[in-house]
Each structure stands twice: as structure tokens, then as C-alpha cells.
Design a protein around this ligand. Sequence first.
Ligand code: ADP
Ligand code: ADP
Ligand code: MG
Length: 454
Amino acid sequence: MKNKILIANRGEIAVRVIRACKELGIETVAVYSEADETSLHVKLADEAICIGGARSKESYLNMNSVLSAAISTGCNAIHPGYGFLSENAQFVEMVERCNITFIGPSSKTIAAIGDKASARAIAKANGVPIVEGSDGIVENAQEGLKIAKKIGYPVMMKASSGGGGRGISIVRSDEEFLNAFERTSLEAETSFGDKSLYIEKFIESPRHIEIQIMADHKGNVVHLFERDCSMQRRNQKMIEETPSPILNELLRRKIGAAAVKLAKAINYVNAGTMEFLVDPKGNFYFIEMNTRIQVEHPITEMITGVDLVKEQIKVGYGKELSFKQHNLKINGHAIECRINAEHAMKGFIPTPGKITNILFPGGMGVRLDTHIYPGYEIPPFYDSMIAKLIVHAPTRLEAIKKMRVALEQFVVDGIHTNIEYQYLIMHNPDFIKGQYDTGFIARFNTLVEAENRE
Ligand code: ADP
Ligand code: ADP
Ligand code: MG
């Protein structure tokens, strides 16, 4: 039987997966919503099937539609990309029952470690440090209040099924607690269909450091070093770099070992990422695992030379990992800027619309993962990310300089983007020194606003 993969996603990641399949000589089927008929992934795949209405619920999140599309086109595997159904254990179980290969871990693994409250318990049981907080889900607001008092303010309330920075609130006092609890569980319910919340102590000025894991069915588990994703807007990443400017060899080895240990403990298979917070003293705490390919995976590819998506597919089809831990080395420095259709200085509101013209940057060490093209109309229904600009250079400073040039030469007409905003950050003295934490962008915006008022 010939291999054929359905890509259950849209946008740049669908394009990324199609490219990997083509290089491997595997046929591809794209799925699309009524709003995505003119999307690039539809044009690039060998076949394309419309799976429903514009809203995600009617199409990309419609499990029966996606599965029917895979069956009717004779696909023997599904690549989920990120977001949408990629971490949905119920969907993965349906895929497994149809004898279709899910390119990712098993539904059981996703159910256990994909749920953030349960992941904390698993990490703790395996001796991986977690942030002080509730034991699992908080039953009600009163119970939450008790836990918050015990660990001390500020605390974070987090949706157990959350992702993309949504369903997270910081609470600074008893007075704020009850309201915040109601609001956050409602947000969790509407965004993720699950209102369960858990509580963590708020770590002050942390860095977000995550470890890329790759594992096969033979029990081989390796890590591909870290990514520093501390540059965030509203708890969602905006710039990522590797290696992290704050890790020394010892800390890098320790966090990497903790991630591998946890992956082995849960018999993890395929690509995954363990996310940690590192406090200013260098203590690290596991916060969650993403059981899928991540948005920022290209920077790891640039410094290791490993094509993570091709490796995911090969492992999905039962192959062993093509490398061992000792084959992997950090080569140079890579940075990614997420290019979003948004108004960075107006609360990051999305700015969908028609792109009239584009000039793409290029040159040595410049990579652009995107689905946009001149004349493309960005639909208002999905994520605002329209491109990922990635640079790779021998040193961090050279990478920053390369990113500045690439941003300068990246023109998108017709809509607002955060290209200029990213350009500003690439010139910020603290960023250049590598001295920033997850609160950087919030402080930066307050500063720029004040300057604009003067
Ligand atoms: P990453 O985790 O890959 O670094 P993001 O957190 O930005 O990147 O998530 C990538 C995409 O997946 C975004 O579109 C985000 O909205 C979506 N996403 C992530 N987790 C979830 C989830 N649990 N439920 C729904 N969407 C999610
Ligand atoms: P998501 O599933 O949305 O990616 P995460 O649990 O990974 O949620 O958290 C997203 C971001 O929120 C982190 O990278 C960090 O910036 C912030 N954050 C999460 N938990 C804490 C915490 N306990 N203390 C401080 N910041 C936190
Ligand atoms: Mg996260």
C-alpha cells in the first residue's frame, strides 16, 4: 500500500507538512474550510477536500468530517500539525480505531500528559520539579481560595485543557480571587470546552525554557536542546531563540535530562516538548508538555540540522530515530519572529484583510515558513499568525543583525502586521544583551505608549 497522509490543519504548518511529505515521496491530502478555499495548502497538496464551514468548530475541529475525509481519500496516516485536533485524545482514539496512523503519540499518552493538571502529577511522581500549586483540578472557588492563601499571592489560575496562552489569569489578592475564578473558568469553558482550573504560584520574572524531545517505538528518547521562548505577549510566544542566552552547560544538561527522564517514564513516542519556567536563581519547574510539533520547531532544526517533521513522519510509520543523542550538537544560533496580522500597539487586535503586495526577505541563513501570497485574503476566523521568519548565524549577535535586515526587507502591504514592532525589539538594548523575561513585552508597550504621548 502506498503511503498517503491527510494533513488535518491549515496555514503555514499545513504547508510545512506538505513539503516534508513531498520530499519523502508521500502523497498528501489537504482539508479546508469554506473560508480557506484559496489557501496555499489547498493548492500545494495532491488532493484537497472541503470539510465544512468557516468556523473551526464546523471544519478543522469537526472530528467526523476530518476522519471521513481521510477514509474517503484512502489515507493511511494523519498529521495533525499544532492547535486544532492535535492534542485531542478523543480524536486520536477515533483515528486509532479506524486503523489509521496518527503521527504523534497514542491517545492514552495524550489523555495523561496533555491534560495540564494531570501532567503536573506525573512530573511530580517522577521527581521532575513542578511549580508549587494545587494537587490537580480545583473543585470550586472556595477550595481554590484556600489553596491560594496557603501558597501565597500572586497565584496563577490555569485552564487544565488550555493552550496558546488562553485561560490563564494572575490573581494578586483574596478580593480578586472569586471573580477571577468565575471569569477564567468561563473562558476555559468557551475556549476549550472544559472549565477545569488548577492553581500555581506565580513565578516572578521567569524565563520560558522548553526542551524538544524526539522518541521512537523502540524506546529511544533524545532531546534536541532548548528553546528560549520568554518573549511573549499575553502568555503567548512572539520571538523564540536557541540556544538560550541564560543557560550554562550544567543547567542545559540538567533540564535536558529531566525532560528525557519524563518522556521515558510515560513511554513517549514521536515529537514532543516539555515546557519549563526558570526563575532568576536558576531553579527550573516543569509547567506542561505539548504532545505535538510546535510553532517554533524551525529554530531547533536550524541549529541541529534535523528535519523534525520528516522525522515525525518516519517515526509515525514505525521507523527508528535516525540519530542518537551523541550525534546532536548545537551549531550556531537561531531566532524566530512570529509575524502576525495584528496591531501591536493597539492591544494586539487581529487585522485580517486582503494582502495587496508582498516582498519576501531572503539570503543565506534566512528561512520563511508561510502560507501568504500577493492577493491572499486573510480570513478573520483563525489565528493571526501569517508567517514565521527564522534566521540562523554563527553567533547570537550575527543572528540578531540578520533578523534586522530580513525584517527590513519583508514587506506586506494591505494589512497591519507586527513586522515593525519586531524590528524595534531587535534593537532593544536588553534584548540584545539577552536580558529579558516573560514580562518584557508588557513593559515595552507601556514604554512605547508613554513615548508616543510625549
Ligand atoms: P506553541 O505551543 O506551538 O509554541 P502556541 O501556544 O502559540 O504555540 O499554539 C499554537 C497554536 O495552537 C495557536 O494557534 C494556539 O491558539 C493553538 N493552541 C495551542 N494549544 C491549544 C489548545 N489546547 N486548544 C486549542 N488551541 C490550541
Ligand atoms: P499554554 O498551555 O497556554 O501554553 P503554559 O502553562 O505553557 O500555557 O503557560 C504559558 C505562559 O504563561 C508561560 O510561558 C509563562 O509565560 C506564563 N506562566 C504560566 N505559568 C506561570 C507561572 N506559574 N508563573 C509565571 N508565569 C507563568
Ligand atoms: Mg505552553
